[in-house]
Design a protein around this ligand. Structure first.
Ligand code: BDR
Ligand code: CA
Length: 452
């Protein structure tokens, strides 16, 4: 299918590696600029998206002739404000809320979301309520984990694999993030070996760098390998030959409507690339559960930004505009279920191979925080996304509008959460703020106990 997207004139690239707050993701190494489109196999041709340049005249905005794809991929502000659907915008709408709304949600609409979807018609934030999520059920959810392992990614993947009565993990798609892609995909294969899933859990390698920026890693936190704190073996089986984006596109296109849950616990580059390549894949998505962002807590890369969003803010913006239900487990909730020595002990006491690995990874995270801040406690990041899927009743959040800052001098990658509905922008995500921490650790322990 060919999709026409109209693009506004370019903006300015903000190569904002300076200004980082040296918190728990400091000293990130720039690992080279890359456009994911360079790495798509022929099945993922960029020519499937036909961009058009939007022009401005006294009559308003109009559709000009199609432009060559490459300027499109170089367009700096790849955000909903610059992308509109294939139609004219009347001049009197230029400054109206209507036009703003239209521009804001246009990518989502172009991606196949219905204009009557409640996400885009409810203008005010709706509290999810105190523990109003459904309680733990018997339903088996089909899940794809998009990840950049990473110590806490490894814990999250093992947690999900141990929750096999609730989560049917179909594949792991690796993305560059905590460490470069060759390491994240390799680590994913090592993790599946730990869980004895070598031959029943495919691993796909995806995008080696953000949509528009140089890769920023967190090797200082996760170690040179990405999995510091545990012994690593040579992976027992190779990765799949297909690109992760091609796998996502093919799988979601062919999936039953709203059947697959995407768990995104790294930078959102793979998911955004799949959505750009084939907007219609939203049909197969039930929910995207994202670990990322910070609102009530400050960022961990800069004062404003959390790592996963900061690394690829344009990708995050694309995903938040895609129109499917999104649930966000931000830093706000990660810090409310901290890893402590007292919470590591029962997992080690399971006397399981995977239990020891998870305990060692947790201990490595605590040791890092202790070195940096003198406190024996670390935020529990990526496993929170699995905790939410395993037992949503442990969580509380609010349905809000979330926009991603892609141009700020000091705020690049900030998740701008309209908690009070001040902007009147339509909600596009559920933002989780509270967790029953003891309940979470009980679930983690129970699931890890199911593993070898
Ligand atoms: C996120 O950043 C990464 O380092 C972790 O794996 C997690 O996904 C937390 O900010
Ligand atoms: Ca991660």
């Amino acid at each position: 299918m060919t999709t026409t997207i109209i693009i506004g004139g370019g903006g300015q690239q903000h190569d904002d590696n300076g200004g980082r707050d040296h918190d728990d993701h400091d000293d990130h190494a720039a690992a080279g600029a890359a456009s994911p489109f360079c790495f798509l196999p022929s099945a993922c041709s960029q020519h499937d998206v036909v961009p058009h340049m939007i022009t401005r005249s006294p009559r308003g905005f109009g559709l000009d002739k199609p432009i060559d794809p490459m300027p499109y991929f170089r367009a700096r502000h790849f955000g909903s404000k610059d992308i509109v659907q294939n139609r004219l915008i009347p001049p009197d709408a230029e400054c109206s809320p209507l036009r703003r709304d239209f521009l804001r949600t246009s990518l989502a609409l172009a991606s196949g979301a219905s204009a009557t979807d409640p996400l885009f018609t409810a203008a005010n934030p709706q509290p999810v309520g105190d523990n109003s999520f459904p309680v733990r059920g018997d339903e088996l959810r089909s899940v794809i984990i998009d990840t950049d392992p990473g110590q806490d990614d490894a814990m999250a993947i093992l947690f999900a694999l141990g929750a096999n009565k609730l989560l049917d993990v179909k594949a792991i798609t690796a993305v560059a993030g905590n460490v470069p892609l060759p390491l994240t995909e390799r680590n994913a294969r090592i993790i599946r070996d730990w869980a004895d899933r070598t031959h029943s859990l495919p691993v796909y390698a995806g995008c080696p760098g953000p949509l528009q920026r140089a890769l920023v890693t967190a090797a200082d936190v996760h170690g040179r390998t990405g999995l510091e704190g545990v012994d690593l073996h040579e992976p027992r089986a190779p990765k799949e030959s297909e690109h992760a984006v091609a796998y996502l596109v093919d799988t979601l296109r062919a999936a039953q409507p709203h059947s697959i849950t995407l768990v995104a616990i790294g930078p959102l580059t793979n998911l955004a690339t799949a959505l750009i390549k084939a907007p219609e894949i939203t049909q197969g998505v039930r929910e995207i559960v994202i670990m990322g962002g910070a609102y009530f807590e400050r960022g961990n890369v800069t004062p404003a930004a959390e790592f996963n969003i900061y690394v690829d803010p344009e990708a995050a913006r694309t995903v938040f505009a895609c129109g499917v239900p999104i649930t966000v487990l931000p830093r706000d909730v990660a810090v409310k279920a901290p890893i402590t020595p007292a919470r590591i002990a029962p997992i080690r006491a399971l006397k399981k191979h995977c239990g020891a690995i998870v305990a060692d990874l947790m201990a490595a995270e605590v040791a890092y925080q202790e070195r940096r801040h003198g406190i024996a406690s670390a935020p529990m990041y990526d496993p929170s996304a699995i905790g939410y899927l395993v037992n949503p009743a442990l969580y509380t959040g609010r349905k809000v509008n979330v926009e991603i800052e892609t141009a700020g001098e000091w705020t690049l990658g900030e998740t701008v959460v309209d908690w009070t509905g001040r902007s009147m922008r339509a909600p596009n995500a559920v933002w989780i703020t509270e967790v029953d921490a003891d309940g979470f650790y009980a679930e983690l322990q129970e699931c890890i106990a199911n593993l070898p």
